[in-house]
Design a protein around this ligand. Structure first.
Ligand SMILES: Nc1ncnc2c1ncn2[C@@H]1O[C@H](COP(=O)(O)OP(=O)(O)OP(=O)(O)O)[C@@H](O)[C@H]1O
Ligand SMILES: [Mg+2]
Length: 630
């Protein structure tokens, strides 16, 4: 009969049928003593499994310490224990609200917990918090200045890129209206915010905004509304990109392209030009050396040679600029070059200018062609002198510098790393922006006709770029100018002292030379000079002809003197085969420019002797002797 059902059975039914999972465990050890149906279905363990388990087995591992502390604590007979993370039999995590009460179970003290699964709400909230954290990390680490504003237009978040761009720290701007908006733009600013808040995002408008130090910065601004799940606007997010950065890169790119094409043109012209000049100079020198000429003829010859030498100079400068110059680099320190130039520099700058040098005891070595670096320094110094007609101070400074990402990020094809900086500073006229933009262009000069060719800085640029460095300029009209040359530091033990190269005396000889040159006039000239000096000379126009001669007379030929640029078989291929046919044969390359494998990248491979066109008879004989001596 129903009325006879005991009180205990009623409670048993309340326990068994309760829709909330319920678990009874022993507070001393934690062993589970009883569970209800809802617990079985919620956690996924069977009754039997549960009864072999401990209360700790359903706790998420990361909450065990909290659980231990909780169990060992003296507790009231009934309490709300808060939200916990439990693990189900399949490993998934549920968030549960736990109520716990003391009760005797089979005569022993026990605790009953009643569990309310609140996973849906809690876990979703956690996911939300996580995505919010991700979002914050993203904003904090973004290279773009990002600012969020609340509904009233007050700053809510101000990321590090914004601190960097505008100069205000986040703490200085939080909960304040945007300080970067200039007075006269405030109205438009409010209009833009209202527009974005109304659902019409602002994309990439360019405006000037204010930095903390008062200077303006041109930025591209985008603004969009932030909304809650119901779609109502909770605030705004604004991004600022500095326009100047892109402009600068774009300009540099265009500049580099222009320099490249002018350079290619110059290189091509210089090749042919050098062959012609070699002939003019060669015969001119030979004529000049004759003592049978009468005075008027010999002075005319001197004029011809003079003019040809100046023309040779000009083509050389063009080649330098087009980075087709053959560099003969050594590892050395810049201060040795500057010290060696000391007297020359003094003479270049004259009396009215004070020369200051700031050169530390030792700087990192660099790999450069010393003669070319002298050119660089001389050009910069002469420019500074010209900019100080009324006198002034000229400072030459050398120092080791380490350029990091931020320093080089605004320069193209320039890597962060260790550099040696050479700075030439003057207190002269300075340059305005328009002049600064063009100074490295060949033939750009502001000097009057006949005073400057406009090649000085073009050469500087070419040499430094070819050496793996870069040139930066800072100038202020009326105040002065600084040119900074950066050259990559090398970690190299073998330092060569910058000194005058050893001069090999000009002498003839009786060895046999195979001369290969496709330009007939140049070949005739060189053959003439060599024969006059006592050498035996075989001539060939092409590589194939030369190989034929080598095969026919394998033992008689001591030196292969070949143009590096030949049709069909190149000078380099020819040299390789010549060495196979006649091991021990000496090689001397000549060339007017460097687009060949012999002088890969314009840097002559160490151990090779190289004869630069145009050459004079003396230089030809000296280089020939040098090659034979190796
Ligand atoms: N230190 C400087 N101060 C002011 N202006 C300079 C300075 N250096 C260069 N310039 C400007 O840059 C221009 C180009 O310089 P660059 O050395 O290429 O040619 P140049 O000196 O005019 O002629 P060249 O060097 O061929 O004799 C100069 O005409 C001058 O206007
Ligand atoms: Mg100059």
């Amino acid at each position: 009969m129903k009325s006879l059902v005991s009180v205990e059975d009623t409670y048993a039914v309340l326990f068994e049928r309760n829709p909330h999972p319920m678990i009874v465990y022993a507070p001393t050890g934690g062993d589970i003593l009883a569970v209800n149906e809802a617990a079985v279905s919620t956690y996924g363990y069977s009754h039997e499994q549960f009864l072999r388990m401990n209360i700790r087995d359903i706790s998420a591992p990361e909450e065990l310490p909290r659980l231990e502390a909780h169990i060992s604590r003296q507790r009231p007979s009934y309490e709300y224990s808060g939200v916990w993370r439990h693990v189900r039999s399949n490993g998934s995590i549920i968030a549960v609200e736990v109520n716990s009460s003391e009760l005797p179970y089979s005569g022993r003290p026990a605790r009953l917990i009643s569990v309310n699964d609140v996973s849906r709400g809690v876990l979703a909230e956690e996911a939300l918090r996580q995505s919010d954290a991700n979002f914050r990390t993203l904003i904090r680490s973004a290279p773009l200045a990002i600012v969020t504003l609340d509904r009233n237009g007050l700053v809510q978040m101000w990321n590090p890129a914004a601190e960097h761009l505008f100069g205000w720290r986040e703490a200085e701007v939080l909960h304040r209206p945007l300080l970067i908006v200039p007075e006269n733009d405030i109205d438009e600013h409010h209009l833009l915010l209202a527009r974005a808040a109304g659902g019409d995002p602002v994309v990439g408008i360019e405006r000037t905004r204010r930095r903390k130090d008062g200077t303006g910065v041109l930025v591209s601004i985008s603004v969009a509304a932030l909304r809650d799940e119901r779609g109502s606007t909770t605030g705004l997010i604004a991004t600022y990109m500095e326009v100047g950065t892109w402009r600068t890169l774009e300009e540099q790119f265009r500049h580099a392209q222009k320099m490249e094409s002018v350079g290619r043109l110059a290189g091509g012209v210089a090749h042919d030009f050098n062959n012609l000049l070699t002939v003019i100079l060669g015969y001119g020198h030979m004529l000049r050396a004759m003592d049978t000429l009468d005075a008027s003829v010999s002075s005319s010859v001197a004029e011809i040679v003079d003019a040809a030498e100046r023309a040779a100079d000009l083509t050389r400068q063009l080649l330098v600029f087009s980075r087709k110059q053959v560099l003969q680099p050594e590892v050395l320190t810049l201060d040795s070059i500057v010290r060696r130039m000391g007297r020359l520099l003094r003479r270049l700058i004259g009396e009215d200018i004070e020369l200051v040098t700031v050169i530390p005891q030792s700087t990192h070595p660099v790999r450069v062609d010393p003669a070319q670096i002298e050119q660089v320094i001389a050009n910069l110094v002469v420019n500074s002198r010209d900019a100080m007609p009324g006198g002034g101070r000229l400072t030459i400074e050398i120092s080791d510098v380490e350029l990091d990402e931020t320093c080089v990020s605004r320069r193209m094809d320039f890597q962060p790393g260790k550099y040696v900086m050479l700075a030439v500073t003057d207190t002269g006229t300075g340059m305005d922006q328009a002049v600064q933009e063009r100074i490295f262009e060949p033939f750009f000069t502001t000097k009057e006709l006949g005073k400057g060719t406009g090649l000085g800085l073009a050469m500087v640029y070419g040499i430094i770029k070819q050496s793996g460095g870069d040139v930066w300029v800072y100038s202020e009209p009326g105040t002065g100018t600084t040119f900074k040359v950066y050259l990559p530091a090398v970690e190299a033990p073998g330092l060569s002292e910058a000194g005058a190269p050893e001069l090999i005396p000009i002498s003839g000889g009786s060895e046999t030379i195979l001369l290969v040159e496709d330009e007939e006039k140049v070949r005739m000239l060189a053959a003439g000079i060599l024969k006059t000096a006592g050498y035996h000379v075989f001539q060939a126009r092409t590589g194939d002809e030369a190989l034929l001669i080598l095969r026919q007379r394998p033992d008689e030929i001591h030196l292969l003197l070949t143009d590096a640029v030949l049709p069909m078989v190149s000078g380099e291929q020819l040299a390789k085969r010549a060495v196979e046919i006649r091991p021990g044969i000496r090689i001397l390359f000549m060339s007017g420019y460097t687009d060949t494998a012999v002088v890969a990248n314009g840097v002559i491979t160490e151990g090779n002797v190289f004869l630069q066109k145009p050459f004079t008879p003396e230089i030809l004989l000296r280089k020939t002797r040098e090659a034979l001596k190796r």
